[in-house]
Design a protein around this ligand. Structure first.
Ligand SMILES: [Zn+2]
Length: 152
């Protein structure tokens, strides 16, 4: 399981907080409710911004009661993604607000960080799929609140 650490504004601030020992999780296990989870090492992963690559430490935790482990990811990096969420958001804005092609977006946001047009196109597909899912959920909820209402 991965929890997001939401108090940071960027990679450099996160690195400084981590170095000061200020990156910490709620000490309650989300699996069993135990309040004694403890630190269980650190691993490193890459975070890629528009300008650079950073090797960032990720704090791991373990629950002594149920044995589950989890990691505390900073809010600027999504699970299993190496590109900063701000970078991905910028690419989506260039596509959906400014109408640029995927290749042009990759040229603009991926110049120094290896984000290819395939990467940015995939981010777009995922965003569209997520929006379709959210629309479906909203329409379903609307019809539950207002039976018989045609929300399409
Ligand atoms: Zn537990």
């Amino acid at each position: 399981m991965i929890n997001l650490f939401d108090l940071v504004k960027g990679v450099k601030q996160y690195l400084a907080l981590f170095q000061q020992g200020k990156v910490d999780a709620d000490r309650t296990c989300q699996h069993c409710g135990c309040h004694k989870i403890h630190r269980h090492g650190v691993y490193y992963r890459w975070a890629t911004t528009i300008a650079d690559h950073y090797r960032i430490p990720i704090q791991r935790y373990r629950c002594p009661s149920c044995g589950k482990t989890f990691s505390l990811l900073p809010n600027f990096i999504a699970p299993w993604q190496r590109f900063h969420t701000g970078l991905r958001e910028k690419a989506l804005r260039l596509r959906f607000e400014d109408g640029l092609s995927w290749r042009e977006i990759a040229r603009r946001v991926g110049k120094r960080n290896e984000a290819s047009w395939v990467n940015v196109q995939l981010w777009g597909r995922r965003a569209i799929a997520l929006l379709a899912l959210l629309s479906e959920i909203l329409l379903r909820e609307l019809s539950r609140w207002r039976p018989g209402m045609d929300a399409t």
